[in-house]
Design a binder for this molecule. Structure first.
Ligand code: SAM
Length: 290
């Protein structure tokens, strides 16, 4: 069955979430291709605006992307007292770069994305996200984030991994050895944040990834945000710091309302930051030992 010709796009052809699928009514297929790394589709939907799909999985929609992009950017940035130099791994739609460059203390942002076609198509079809690539603070490299990390030591204050899910080119970005590379690429007191899946769907995987991260970082946390177009309507982040005194749920930078307005943040506030780390009991006991 052709998922698009029936008038609906459904996440039915992936092995990550057996037995369920989220669907969006399609108005128009804007682009379809197979790049060197993955299948890329961009569709116009009836109720979620434009949508980027990689290997059959929704990456972002124009209706709800801000929740994910703001949280994956500002959770780690506000945990760091002086996040001057930031690295983004993945993030080919440009939305995370758009948020990171807004932070007043951030001077330099480096980004390594494996698939130039995602960047080019986002510039064409998703300009409200891809505007992140226009910032003078940003330097984009096309390459594999895992390999890039091997050549960078003691360099970044914050590293954000905005990867696709752990199939295809992103598999290594969830591996325990990746957290070792992240640790080495950070300066003292550095903070990392990675897309980490949902506790409803990926419980064992999140548990394993948190365990791998804790082998290299003295302070590790898991935070969540609500994104209706992701499976089960939410997604989690692993946040870790090299500073063991760090209380990740307590941002060192607390934005006043006027700053939030000036930064044009629609989802992130200091209250949301703290709340994002508050987990249901059955999850908390496994993910945090509390
Ligand atoms: N917000 C999305 C989500 O959670 O589903 C992720 C969005 S972003 C489009 C993911 C990007 O990661 C893609 O552009 C993909 O090409 C990139 N990516 C996957 N594996 C990568 C790797 N090994 N190195 C660098 N970028 C990678």
């Amino acid at each position: 069955m052709d998922k698009v010709l029936t008038g609906w796009f459904s996440e039915i052809q992936n092995e990550l979430w057996p037995g369920q699928s989220f669907s969006l009514k399609v108005q128009n297929v804007l682009h379809k291709e197979k790049s060197k790394f993955q299948d890329i589709q961009i569709i116009e939907t009836e109720t979620y605006g434009r949508c980027l799909i990689l290997d059959g999985i929704i990456q972002c929609t124009s209706r709800d992307e801000f929740s994910y992009q703001e949280m994956i950017a500002f959770l780690p940035l506000c945990c760091h007292p002086n996040p001057q130099k930031v690295l983004i791994v993945g993030g080919g739609d440009g939305g995370v770069a758009r948020e990171v460059v807004k932070h007043p203390l951030v001077k330099e942002v480096h980004q390594v994305e494996i698939d130039d076609r995602v960047v080019q198509l986002s510039k064409k079809y998703l300009p409200s996200m891809a505007c992140g690539f226009d910032s003078k603070k940003l330097k984009l490299t096309i390459g594999d984030g895992f390999e890039y990390m091997k050549n960078h030591r003691n360099e970044f204050d914050v590293i954000i991994t905005d990867s696709s899910d752990p199939i295809g080119p992103a598999v290594n970005l969830f591996h325990e050895s990746y957290f070792d590379l992240l640790k080495q690429a950070l300066r003292d007191g550095g903070v990392v944040c990675s897309q980490a899946g949902s506790f409803w769907l990926d419980f064992e995987y999140v548990k394993k990834t948190l365990k791998g991260c804790a082998l290299h970082f003295p302070k590790v946390g898991y935070a969540i945000t609500s994104v209706p177009s992701y499976p089960c309507g939410h997604i989690g982040f692993i946040i870790a710091s090299l500073d063991k005194k760090h209380r990740l749920e307590n941002p060192v930078k607390k934005f006043e309302k006027s700053e939030i307005d000036a930064l044009n943040l629609k989802y992130y506030t200091s209250e949301i930051h703290a709340a994002a780390f508050t987990l249901p009991r059955w999850v908390r006991s496994t993910f945090t030992n509390k």
